[in-house]
Design a binder for this molecule. Sequence first.
Ligand SMILES: [Zn+2]
Length: 168
Amino acid sequence: MSPDEILEILMAGNKRFVENKRTNPNVSFARLTEVATGQNPFASIVSCADSRVPVEIIFDRGLGDLFVIREAGNITTPEEIGSIEFGTLVLGSKVLMVLGHENCGVVKASMDGKPVPGQIGSIIAAIKPGVEAAKGQPGNPVENAVKANVFQQIKILNSSPVISQLVK
Ligand SMILES: [Zn+2]
C-alpha cells in the first residue's frame, strides 16, 4: 500500500467512527493468532494519552494495524522518537502521523502557565514552544495551540536523521 492509500484507510475508519458505524476490523482471535509471531503496522501514530482518544478505536482498526505512541500532549521526546524510528524504520510503517485533539488538558495547562506537580512540568515544557507560536492568532486559542503543538512535534521528528531520510 502507498502512503496515500494508508491515509485513506485511516480517514475512512475515522469517518466510520464519527458516524457511529465502526466495523471493528482485525480484532478477532484469528487475527491475534495471525499477528502473534510478527507485526507490520501500516501506520505509526503519535497521540495524546487522553482517555478519550484511543487511537485504534477512533480509526476503527485492530490488532497489528497501528504502531501507537501515546504521551500526554502528543510530545516527541527522545524516547518517543526512538519508538517512532522503530515503528517506521524497523517495522516499516509508511505513514507517520502526529495527532492532536480538542480540549487537550495538558495544552491548556501549558497555556495557563501555573505551577504543576512532579514531572508534569517536563511535559508542559515540551509543549511550550507550540503554545508560544500560537499566541495572538485569530480563532480558538486552545485549538490554535493544539495545532501549533502538532507542527512543533513534527518539526522535532524531522530533526531525526532516521525519520527525515525515510520521509525523503
Ligand atoms: Zn491531550
